[in-house]
Design a protein around this ligand. Structure first.
Ligand code: ATP
Ligand code: MG
Length: 388
């Protein structure tokens, strides 16, 4: 088999493209594809519910790798595109054919004007390959090593390919609106952001840092994680919020066991304010039920109660192993395990409350000037747009 593929075929989830939103979804998906391929040379074509990338020179590998990170794409294939004329198709099939082994040919004739059925054409192509190969090739429709696919589309071209490389699935980023992810340097929150991006949410992120208790390297880690997310979303607007003064105030004026609970309430309030400013409809966190003391139902109730925006917790029912598997898949894991401290480890209480009550939190926050602390933190927030 010696062949130079001249086309990359893109298939997208048909289901969400039905109905009156079809044009909106497609425009968004095409825009996201073009964004992902921006630095590369190529030509984009579309026809009959498929997209084609052509004239890409030596960039096929890079293009496929980028396409498989665009949400909304179902699968991609490296293909050989030829004119739909029997001799030309036979010739292309001979170029694509393996030198030995068991094979089958699957023809899809989308162009119904062609004067043969899919099965007839598959048999003809199979016959040509057998003729050309001597005894080294065998047809086996069920137990085969190679399945040569031939898609005959109604644009007058046929596309020959073997593999369907799975895409990222999901919905085009942006179609579900904007979300504000609480992004720590841990394993969970980048995965939570990725899962929501997969459902079409354009992810903004907020990170709380406790300089000088947390270092520049800890902050760099968060930016590197945001850059991994950006590979899937096109870019992440990152808000970096100084948190030390708030932590000092809580440490000084509130009971130690409520340190984390009250800290979280501040994080949520600040996240909601920033979210409203940047047109976000939801807050996203990496919490998973029961993982630590601050992730009990009661704790989440107490932290939720300071905001009115929906809080998405896509990992709520995930085990750590499941989260780690996704973290590795999106190439975030090695960054997440870099050993830098998080703001939550500063002033960590020995015995955090596991079942806090809203009334207790309100009472213990009473000595704090909540609004002034929040305003100061937001005033000193730095915004960065992170790209891959
Ligand atoms: P992660 O692995 O995401 O850090 P975790 O298991 O360490 O999660 P916690 O430390 O309890 O859990 O944090 C729960 C969630 O709170 C995180 O998933 C994240 O969404 C948010 N969070 C925690 N620390 C920060 C921070 N410094 N900045 C922004 N968000 C944070
Ligand atoms: Mg953490």
């Amino acid at each position: 088999m010696s062949v130079e593929y001249n086309c990359i075929l893109i298939r997208f989830g048909e289901i969400f493209l039905k109905g009156h939103n079809k044009k909106y979804f497609e425009d968004l998906l095409i825009n996201n594809i073009k964004n992902a391929l921006k630095p590369l040379d190529y030509v984009f074509n579309r026809s009959q519910g498929r997209y084609y990338i052509e004239e890409f020179g030596l960039n096929a590998g890079e293009i496929v790798s980028r396409l498989t990170k665009v949400f909304g794409i179902h699968s991609v294939s490296n293909a050989l595109k030829v004119k739909t004329d029997p001799e030309t198709v036979f010739d292309a099939a001979r170029k694509m054919a393996p030198s030995e082994g068991k094979f089958r040919v699957t023809v899809k004739r989308a162009d119904k004007r062609l004067p043969f059925t899919s099965a007839e054409m598959a048999a003809k192509i199979g016959g040509e390959l057998l003729k050309a190969s001597g005894a080294r090739l065998k047809v086996d429709l069920f137990d085969y090593d190679f399945d040569l696919n031939v898609d005959m589309r109604d644009n007058g071209y046929s596309y020959l390919f073997y593999d369907k490389i799975p895409g990222a699935g999901g919905l085009p980023v942006g179609c579900s609106g904007n979300g504000m992810l609480l992004l720590s340097g841990g394993i969970d929150s980048p995965v939570a952001g990725w899962l929501m991006a997969k459902r079409g949410v354009r992810v903004n992120a907020v990170h709380f840092h406790s300089f000088p208790y947390t270092s520049e390297l800890a902050l760099q880690k968060v930016k590197d994680l945001a850059a991994k997310l950006a590979k899937y979303t096109g870019g992440v607007k990152l808000f970096i919020v100084p948190f030390t003064d708030i932590q000092y105030a809580i440490h000084e004026k509130c009971p130690e066991s409520f340190m984390i609970t009250i800290m979280r309430r501040f994080m949520m309030r600040i996240a909601e304010k920033l979210a409203k400013h940047s047109d976000c409809g939801a807050i996203i966190t990496g919490e998973s039920l029961g993982q630590v003391a601050s992730q009990t139902m009661q704790s989440m109730n107490v932290t939720n109660s300071v905001v009115s925006m929906p809080v998405f917790r896509p990992l709520i029912g995930f085990d750590k192993e499941e989260i780690i598997a996704i973290s590795k898949k999106i190439d975030a894991f090695d960054i997440s395990i870099r050993p830098y401290e998080d703001c939550c480890t500063v002033f960590l209480p020995k015995n955090p409350v596991i079942r806090p009550k809203i009334s207790e939190a309100i009472e213990y926050e009473y000595p704090l000037d909540v609004d002034a602390l929040i305003d100061a933190a937001i005033k000193n927030t730095v915004t960065e747009y992170i790209t891959e």
